[in-house]
Write a protein that binds this ligand. Sequence first.
Ligand code: P6P
Length: 336
Amino acid sequence: MPSAHTGLQTLSACLSRETLAGSLRPGLATVVAALAASTQRIAAVVGKGGLVDILGSAGLENVQGEVQKKLDIVSNEMMIEGLSATGHLAALASEELDHHLPVAGVQAAERYLALFDPLDGSSNIDINAPIGTIFSVLPAPDGAPSDAAFLQPGRCQVAAGYALYGPATQLVLTFGQGVDVYTLNRDHGEYVLTSRGVTLPRATSEYAINASNQRFWEPPVQRYVAECQAGAEGPRGRDFNMRWNGSMVGDVHRVLSRGGVFLYPRDNKLPRKAGRLRLMYEANPMALLIREAGGLATDGALPLLDIEPTGLHQRVPVVLGSAEEVERIVRYHADA
Ligand code: P6P
């Protein structure tokens, strides 16, 4: 059913159509609808900015040892609340929770696990720059939920996506059959389909990396970025552009929208950390989206979706985006 207001397909209509067609399981549609509704509620709060008491630090630390922003806590509570009554979620995991959280009342045979970073890019909150919510859905194994039940490789995800709270609020979603983009019609409180079957170009001249870490990078990344910076006079024979959002959702959305390569590589700034980004609820959902859009996503060597997880909050190096550039970076790692 198109929206009465825009004529565009609403998210709920798309989910219903795919469910009736048998290409989407009804329980998964229910879980994704609840995820989307939760992001709408977060978008409404984010959009208020300094008008309500949600900016600044909450003065608490999360399991990552990161100081939590007030909006980190509020958005996490909104995600938990919004996922509490689907009847199809056995448990959830969040960047803001040390361990998994069982969800009461799951009776259905069709059971899932939801993982999320409720507010990605927290450092952007107080400067009104892009932030987002990243989510991933896994099948729930039989038996009582546990942290270990979540430790499935990214290729097992049955749905993944993010909401980007920018000038427009957009929901980017995949069920493993391509990537669709929905834009929130704020006047009528519904997501409407605005791009279907998003793909990204194999070639690009745009890269994204936090260049302030340059002295800590491993040689393959040093080489790749130096060649990009050498531009037309260098071995690449063309100039490159660089962008850095400070929010993975913002950078990945640009890569999905016009191509590019995003790197948060392993660095020796904190050698005990394998990278900055978390595998289960940042790297894996983004890797599924990028694969479904025709790109590649690796840790520099292995496809991210094939990594066997060892911990709910484990970190991983991330290189993702346009295939030609990711393949080059993987070659440089192999040659090292
Ligand atoms: P840096 C945000 O905190 C985040 O987890 C990602 O969204 C983002 O890509 C990265 O960290 C930014 O890291 O080192 O630039 O602050």
